[in-house]
Design a protein around this ligand. Structure first.
Ligand code: GTP
Ligand code: SPV
Ligand code: MN
Length: 586
């Protein structure tokens, strides 16, 4: 196979000249190709076959122990003007970045095969979808891209028809953290990643293309590329509302997207459908509503904590044709991670399990699986038009301050809520865990341009679309003085979704506070929950002094973007602070 598109054949030729591979393979995305790649990786030890009785066609991959997560400090946005990348990104001048990467890529594929991976982000026939080609020397990346995207011949046909594509060049190099860079050239619509084989660093269709490059394109083209799950909520009356929710990495998107309602809700006829678990591309439709597609075709989800209790839908999709990365094993050769029953035999580094070495599964160990294997998978995931969004939900991990749920008064207030987000850091990126940091719209690691311009872009939808979604903020992670979570979370988050749907339909009661609308007394359905009145009070309390301090910090944060911080957002913040002061004085 090769291509009729000269821009593509010339680029592949030029990369081959630079990287000097032994062979070039054009991926067609066929089942035969997947099996050949898997067989070769079983031979080389890149993959281990899992128990064929309990987990047919499932494999374990152990990455290099120093290559287990995204590396934000090695991830750059290379715009001509530094200010266009913004203080939210690490920046390097394009010429300097190219020189650095050319030196790393020179000869790096000697003895290896260069794979050409054409892919389509989004339904193959959707006008909202975008294509790219990843060149990689990692067969593990190829099979993961095969699960995570529409990869192969149909994507190549679309690329040849359209004549353009995002160029992604990737090599695992020597997996040396000292020789590792993930570079984005938004003005060239290209990505270069060297020295990592892990997740968002290496599967270039995901964070690099579908968020950093796409967000940059979306700004000039009038759409949004967001770090959001998409789910459908069917009410007993038979209406289906779609909501999109932005939570930072490892803060609950996959779990919410696959939620199973508590039994009482199921009996009444509530159902949840999964459209996406990580990324949403949204565009105003002709009727003024915002329509969303999930650009991905699979899930690259956090393994630890996934259990029959927390996420039975996920467990059910992981017993066949799945790839596990950095989990442990039990004595029967089944994948094992913290949160599963039974005991581990082998840890993520292949050692006999010893608690002295830490957890059996790496905290950022993951599964890769086709979305179609999810029992709650929605056929609307393939709708080329996308799904209409009734509500946008922002959220993060906040042990204190932030209530279980609140609603924004209008779009501008909603954008401020998103821009003010903060969350405790997780194992999804290298670095300290549990440190609260500003993470607007859960896009701190993923926005391909200056956050000031990004907030302005969000505000601009206030004019463009007549029927904007309502905006909410949630926090499943509030802790009591004993350090335990106050809210049961997981399936019980349905109770919060019910209130959100009720607000969209105009039938759920709320009370105003200076920072947002909260459920009125009795408006959250809590029957069947063992939640004391004082716990509920804590979950829904607004501490005016603490919020005043929080909004002061938000002001300082927005100030970092100088003249690029939208005046309308700063005005909205001031209005909120005035309301808080008035309330404190009363
Ligand atoms: P990325 O794939 O990194 O973008 O993560 P994500 O946002 O999809 O997070 P995910 O749903 O995988 O959850 C991450 C961790 O948070 C898991 O260990 C979950 O068990 C835990 N978690 C998810 N939802 C809840 C919840 O409602 N309550 C509590 N306490 N923990 C949760
Ligand atoms: C995240 O970190 O938000 C992820 C995992 O979804 S990765 O693909 O590695 O970025
Ligand atoms: Mn993510």
């Amino acid at each position: 196979m090769s291509t009729t598109l000269s821009a593509l054949s010339q680029w592949v030729e030029q990369v081959a000249q630079l990287t000097q591979p032994d062979a070039i393979h054009w991926c067609d995305g066929s089942e035969a190709e997947r099996q050949r790649l898997n067989a070769a990786m079983l031979d080389s030890g890149d993959l281990l076959a899992l128990n064929p009785d309990t987990h047919p066609d499932c494999y374990l991959h152990r990455s290099s122990p120093s290559d287990v997560a995204r590396v934000e400090h090695l991830t750059f946005v290379c715009t001509t003007e530094r200010a266009d990348a913004g203080s939210n990104n690490y920046w390097m001048a394009p010429a300097e970045a190219h020189a650095k990467m050319d030196a790393l890529f020179a000869g790096c594929m000697r003895g290896r095969t260069l794979y050409v991976v054409p892919y389509c982000m989004g339904p193959i026939d959707s006008p909202l979808s975008r294509c790219g080609v990843e060149i990689t020397d990692s067969p593990y990346v190829v099979v993961n891209m095969g699960l995570m995207t529409r990869m192969g011949a149909p994507a190549l046909q679309r690329i040849e028809r359209e004549g353009h594509f995002v160029k992604g060049l990737h090599s695992t190099g020597e997996l040396d953290p000292e020789r590792r860079f993930i570079m984005h050239f938004p003005e060239e619509l290209s990505i270069q990643s060297f020295g990592s084989g892990y997740g968002g660093n290496a599967l270039l269709g995901k964070k690099c293309h579908a968020l950093r490059i796409a967000s940059y394109q979306a700004r000039s083209e009038g759409w949004l590329a967001e770090h959001m799950l998409i789910l459908g909520i069917q009410t007993p009356a038979g209406n289906t509302h779609y909501v999109a929710a932005a939570f930072p990495s490892a803060c609950g998107k996959t779990n919410l997207a696959m939620l199973i309602p508590p039994e009482g809700y199921q009996r009444e006829g509530w159902r949840i459908f999964t459209v996406g678990d990580d990324i949403a591309w949204m565009q105003p439709g002709a009727d003024g509503r915002l329509f969303a597609i999930n650009p991905e075709a699979g899930f690259f989800g956090v393994a630890p904590g996934t259990s029959a209790k927390t996420n039975p839908n996920a467990l059910a999709m992981l017993n066949r044709s799945a790839i596990f990365t950095n989990t442990g094993l039990d004595v029967e050769g089944q994948p094992w991670w913290e949160g599963l029953p039974g005991v581990p035999a082998v840890d993520w580094q292949g050692r006999t399990f010893d608690p002295a070495n830490g957890p059996a599964a790496h905290p950022n160990s993951r599964f890769t699986v086709s979305a179609r294997q999810c029992p709650s998978w929605s056929a609307e995931s393939e709708n080329p038009v996308g799904v209409p969004i009734s509500a946008i939900i922002f959220g993060g991990r906040r042990a204190s301050l932030v209530p279980l749920v609140m609603e924004a008064e209008d779009w501008t207030h909603g954008v401020l809520m998103g821009a003010s987000m903060a969350s405790e850091t997780t194992a999804a990126a290298t670095g300290a865990v549990g440190v609260v940091r500003r993470d607007p719209m859960a896009m701190k690691p993923f926005c391909g341009y200056n956050f000031g311009d990004y907030f302005e872009h969000w505000l601009s939808f206030g004019d463009a679309a007549a029927q904007l979604p309502k905006v909410f903020h949630v926090n499943w992670f509030r802790k009591g003085s004993d350090g335990r979570f106050l809210w049961p979370g997981f399936g019980d988050n349905m109770r919060v979704l019910e209130w959100i749907v009720g607000r969209c339909e105009g039938c759920a009661a709320a009370i105003d506070t200076p920072v947002g609308r909260l459920p009125a007394t009795g408006a959250l359905r809590l029957e069947g929950l063992d939640l004391s009145a004082s716990t509920l009070d804590q979950l829904l309390a607004i501490d005016h002094a603490a919020w005043n301090a929080e909004l002061g910090e938000v002001g300082g944060f927005l100030g970092e973007f100088g003249a690029r911080a939208p005046a309308a957002l700063l005005d909205e913040l001031e209005r909120r602070r005035d309301l808080l002061k008035a309330r404190a004085a009363a």
